[in-house]
Design a binder for this molecule. Structure first.
Ligand SMILES: N=c1c2ncn([C@@H]3O[C@H](COP(=O)(O)OP(=O)(O)OP(=O)(O)O)[C@@H](O)[C@H]3O)c2ncn1[C@@H]1O[C@H](COP(=O)(O)O)[C@@H](O)[C@H]1O
Length: 104
């Protein structure tokens, strides 16, 4: 799973410095963080609607759109996927400690 995210993050990073009319991702970077954030919001809403409709194929497609646009927003905000995954790892460790404490 991490390989997919790394490949996509690398492609997105290359597009950040590319000419705006050279690709979809490059054009989104050129439009700025407000537009990128708007796309994340739209894709999040579409993912929610798909999940509520109960169609797993639609949820998969919308979730892919959401993660893709979120990765563009992260790049624009100077946050790496490694930062996010490290935060999730840290929380897993924290919750493990809480569970351990609850058992003692
Ligand atoms: N994963 C994706 C991906 N998912 C969705 N999309 C595009 O995201 C856009 C979102 O669709 P919408 O209908 O919501 O948006 P729109 O109407 O085109 O745009 P708005 O006017 O709403 O801003 C579509 O143009 C999709 O093609 C993607 N475009 C690119 N990728 C990946 O990004 C890489 C780089 O893409 P390019 O920058 O196009 O080379 C590709 O190799 C892919 O791996």
């Amino acid at each position: 799973m991490r390989d997919t995210l790394i490949r996509l993050a690398n492609t997105i990073a290359q597009r950040a410095d590319a000419a705006p009319d050279s690709s979809y991702v490059a054009s989104l970077f050129a439009k700025g963080r407000g537009k990128i954030a708007q796309k994340v919001g739209e894709e999040a809403t579409e993912t929610i609607i798909a999940a509520l409709s109960g169609n797993a194929q639609e949820v998969t497609a919308e979730a892919a759109d959401l993660i893709f646009h979120l990765m563009i927003l992260l790049r624009d905000a100077g946050v790496t996927m490694d930062d996010v995954l490290a935060e999730l790892d840290r929380r897993e460790g924290v919750s493990g400690l809480v569970e351990k404490a609850a058992r003692t």
